[in-house]
Design a protein around this ligand. Sequence first.
Ligand code: J7C
Length: 316
Amino acid sequence: MQTEKEGEDDVSPEEYVALSDFTGSGSDQLSFSRGDRLLVHTKPSSEWWWAELQEVKGYVPASYLRKSTAEEEEDVSLEDPWQDEEYFGSYGTLRLHLEMLSDKSRTEAYRQVILSNSASLKNKVVMDLGCGTGIISLFCAQLAQPSLVYAVEASSMADYTRQLVKQNGSEEVVSVLQARAEEIELPERVDVLVSEWMGNSLLFEFMVESVLLARDRWLREGGVMWPSSAALTLVPCQAHSYYDEKMAFWERPYGLDFTPLQPLAQQEFFTKPKFSHLVEPADCLSSPCDVISLDMYTLQIKDLEAYTLEADSLHA
Ligand code: J7C
């Protein structure tokens, strides 16, 4: 049994989940991201708690946290957010598909390749790995004349993809398989393996692993990979016009002087990386540099695992 004093020090911390991102100011506050799991040691006030994240302790705002439930604590899949269930779960809703479909340069690039290679697709068997809503499979079916497209999608979106294929009159050509690429069984090898697998910073999600496995298992010898190569390109850039535009909001809204909020706006909106920002060529501060280049015909998983970046290559 614990004495009161021992209890204060030894009371087991409670686990909380972050509801949204928080950037701590000063060295005694923790910064965290939405979904992070924090251990709350003590609750000195109703607003600020003393907590721990990855072995670092600091104050956190209580209103940013919710208690994690017993089921969550037991659910090992949540320990690794990219476990299959969570990963494919996120692709079972429209949010990420909307993001991908709204990416015009991405979607148009696939459409264009299929259109300009339509002759070589005639009577060919295609696999569209991770087809999502089936856009690439539909482009193949409608812009070329493949004999068959296997549209492979592991998430529950596959149900809707089947409906979309039917709705667009392509059910004779496109066969939707709801399965992980690693598990599918096909009666034949395919002539073309097309996939939109590229994640943030190219390799995030590591879907490339599934593509390579499908290539080795299901692409016939001499078959075609789309894309045939991939690169991660870095370029230092500025975003002055975006910055100015966002800060200008705090100048005179409704004719009132709101400039005292500008330092706060700067802290809140500009201390984190900005994703999905379209960089104008004029904002690039040097010529781009490829830091990863992949040949999708020869690439092996072990090459990726062993990838290291020579600092010298950045000066090239
Ligand atoms: N098997 C089947 N579908 C997959 C797999 C896999 N191994 N990995 C990812 N997907 C699906 C996923 O459900 C989503 O619809 C799409 O492929 C991911 C596309 N991600 C991307 N960054 N372009």
